[in-house]
Design a protein around this ligand. Sequence first.
Ligand code: FES
Length: 481
Amino acid sequence: MQRYTGEGNGKTTVLELLQKEQIFLPADCGGRGTCGKCKVQFLGGAPDPLEEEKKKLSEEQLAEGVRLACRCCPDGPFEVAFEQAEEEIAVETIQTDGRTGGSSGHHAVAIDIGTTTIAAALLDTERQQILDSRTCVNHQRAYGADVISRIQASNDGKGEELQQLVQKDLQQLITEMGEDPETVPAVIAGNTTMEHLLQGLSCETLGVAPFTPVDISLHQKDNYLILPGISTYVGADIVAGIVASGMDQSEEVCMLIDLGTNGEMAIGNKDRILVASTAAGPAFEGGNISCGVAGIPGAISRVTVTDGAVQYETIGDKEPVGLCGTGVLEIMYELLKEEIVDETGLMDDDYVDDGFPLTEGIVFTDRDIREVQLAKSAIRAGAETLMKEYGVTYEGIHRLYLAGGFGQKIDLKKAAGIGILPEELIEKTEAAGNSSLAGAVLAACDPAVRQRFEQAVLLSEEVSLSESRVFNDLYVEYMFF
Ligand code: FES
């Protein structure tokens, strides 16, 4: 537990006061009072709890002076104790060639700015080698876990703070790899919101229809090359995935799916590509799950249930702290297999009130099942809508690339078992890892690849799933398991 002593003005929240001091609490909902993660304990003189705090905190916590930092605006001096946001999130980076055998001295850096984490690779551009790679959490996370909260924070006048945070993260990663952030050529891929925030562009139009970005073209800013995106919700990270997978040069039709919160996907080949994004929600990142956590040490990542007995594995073999994305998927599969949950998503009466216990203090609840249903249905329905629009069946798909850390680690049989993926594609599925970083690496190593990025953008057409009747029908259908 850390402590902070400060002076409030009756208007600024404790969360904001701490952020100004570069102290970051977990704040998944970005200060809207809904996630219940920004807990602080007042050491004397706790303000009266608000109704919304009473819903998020137990009576015991309230009695101990625990409050939500985003809801309290102390007027005068105060002291609080708290846990800072987690710094260690498991994240996919890239295989390195190491630094053996010297270096040509021609270096560049490739960077993927993810909403949760940032990954960077140091390259020897002459020898076409990856010398080093690093990751860190995106410290903008203190302003909310998803892009919507970041857009909101930026629109509330915090754009500059968000820009400085990500710039600082990039500088730190580049410096750690022994390069000068002011001079080393750097190639950056990120979703459209991340690229806007990095450049200090207004996010006003990103959050409201017709969702128009300010600038998503390929362009150079000082020593940084910003890769191009397709739209507000299909950004440069997905274009990088398209290029890294080679879909833009393939004769055969391939598909790329990023199983993250925005569930971006692309289908196509060298002649035509269709893209879409679907509001899958953060369930497969451990978000909005009652005992959900990011991929941190101690997160339950593997689960089996046999006749009610639970066995699990945690990241780093640490004491269990919650369920990360793969853990969520696996417990869902196991509960269906054991018939503790039926195909409509209904839980056995024995577990409806308190949830299914995995271990002490970690349960999987009825509400968590709804989150999984929403996420898996959005992804499956989105993928099938794109296929219909493209005029291709599962047989016609040559390869399915699953992007991101979650895609790397999921058990495909279990993913098909709960219906995220169809059985027909299991054999054709390939984990693409951090394909956004892989695309940035290609562009950093070879300037000619940059044209492929621009070409891929021109080749791509976005399908609006929210306006698609086909999507809406499939979405309802795939809510069932
Ligand atoms: Fe989510 Fe405070 S409740 S940040």
